[in-house]
Design a protein around this ligand. Structure first.
Ligand SMILES: [Zn+2]
Length: 201
């Protein structure tokens, strides 16, 4: 149940809400898969001019998540990147060769990698987290709450190390179908503002 007062406030800055914002940017979902998407109250300023940063964030996730994510998105997103030449050019220019070395020090070859600029990614994750917190708990996450972000590489077999005790306590959910965006979450009884969110792209 969402409190009447919090309905009218932007969940990102506390200003008067005049519109609604998609928690996970619409551009993450193929056009035929845009149902079951969550929106939250948002002010004009926080909502305005965000489509470019949304696309930057999405492209980053596609490049990072690689082939599997592209397949799941039915290649719509990848085509979208190609169409957007400016963004694509920027990505190409940020590519650099890296040497891949196994954990035991064996040289595995070279591949191209996009230079990591974590800020658009972290900003996108923070917005999703604030949005889903509001959606599930019916109140705004206090603005002074810090959000710590970590990236888990699930291709590494020990990815769940340190998380195995938390994961069974989390609730699972997803937005859209095609498994475009799955997530798990939970908060602590002692301090309801302390929560844990695990997103799978
Ligand atoms: Zn705002």
């Amino acid at each position: 149940m969402i409190k009447e007062a919090s309905k009218k406030k932007c969940i990102f800055c506390g200003a008067k809400a005049t519109t609604r914002d998609h928690v996970v940017p619409k551009c993450f979902f193929p056009t035929n898969n845009r149902f079951n998407l969550v929106t939250v109250p948002c002010c004009f300023k926080c909502n305005n001019g965000k489509s470019e940063s949304d696309e930057h964030f999405r492209n980053f996730v596609v490049m990072k998540a690689g082939r599997n994510a592209a397949d799941r998105w039915n290649d719509t997103v990848v085509r979208g990147i190609r169409k957007n030449r400016r963004e694509f050019g920027r990505l190409i220019r940020s590519m650099q060769p890296v040497e891949v070395v196994s954990p035991s020090g064996l040289f595995l070859g070279r591949r191209m990698q996009v230079r990591f600029n974590a800020e658009p990614h972290d900003q996108g994750i923070r917005k999703i987290t604030r949005g889903l917190f509001f959606h599930h708990f019916g109140r705004i996450l206090p603005f002074d709450t810090s959000i710590d972000i970590g990236i888990v590489d699930t291709s590494n077999s020990s990815w769940s190390y340190g998380l195995s005790e938390i994961i069974p306590h989390l609730k699972a959910n997803m937005l859209g179908d095609l498994k475009v965006f799955q997530y798990r979450f939970g908060n602590t009884i002692e301090d309801p503002d302390t929560s844990f969110w695990l997103y799978t792209f």
